[in-house]
Design a binder for this molecule. Structure first.
Ligand code: OFO
Length: 164
């Protein structure tokens, strides 16, 4: 059986993962609006992955006998000055999500909830990946500056990200 405290934290995390999906779809929309379909595709794939994270937690809550109650989702930002700013925001958001996962782990450990502790290990590893991926794109964008040719090449590269 899972404690109310852990269920509450997991429900909040479902909301944060859905918001991540919403935010990345909003970034995709920004990139489509400035004719960067590769950047947009990358963000759409990311948005789908985030929904997958939310569903993974959803299933776990029911596997443990808890009840999912979805929280409200806020409106995401929809404009950025240029591509680098969007990816900097994405990086900052992933750091926030990592901290959030770690704080649920702290709660699970306090509650001696070994199953949730084990379940969250997948997310701990996933966050290492997510931060790294976005950080690399931020570094590339900083290195390339605002050269239109470089942005075009990076758009081609990001557009090759596997379909969801
Ligand atoms: Fe769910 O990993 Fe990003 O936010």
């Amino acid at each position: 059986m899972i404690s109310e405290r852990v269920v509450k934290a997991l429900n909040e995390q479902i909301g944060k993962e859905v918001f991540s999906s919403y935010l990345y779809l909003s970034m995709a929309s920004y990139f489509d609006s400035i004719d960067l379909p590769g950047f947009a595709k990358w963000m759409k794939v990311q948005a789908s992955e985030e929904l997958g994270h939310a569903k993974k937690i959803y299933e776990f809550v029911y596997d443990r006998g808890g009840r999912v109650e979805l929280p409200a989702i806020e409106k995401p930002k929809c404009e950025w000055e240029f591509p680098l700013r969007a990816f900097e925001d994405a990086y900052e958001h992933e750091v926030f999500i990592t901290k959030s996962i770690h704080s649920i782990l702290d709660i699970a450990r306090e509650e001696k909830d070994y199953a949730t502790n084990e379940f969250l290990q997948w997310f701990v590893k996933e966050q290492v990946e997510e931060e790294l991926q976005v950080e690399l794109i931020v570094k590339n964008l900083k290195r390339l500056g605002d050269s239109p040719v470089a942005i075009y090449m990076l758009d081609k590269e990001l557009g090759s990200r596997g379909a969801d």
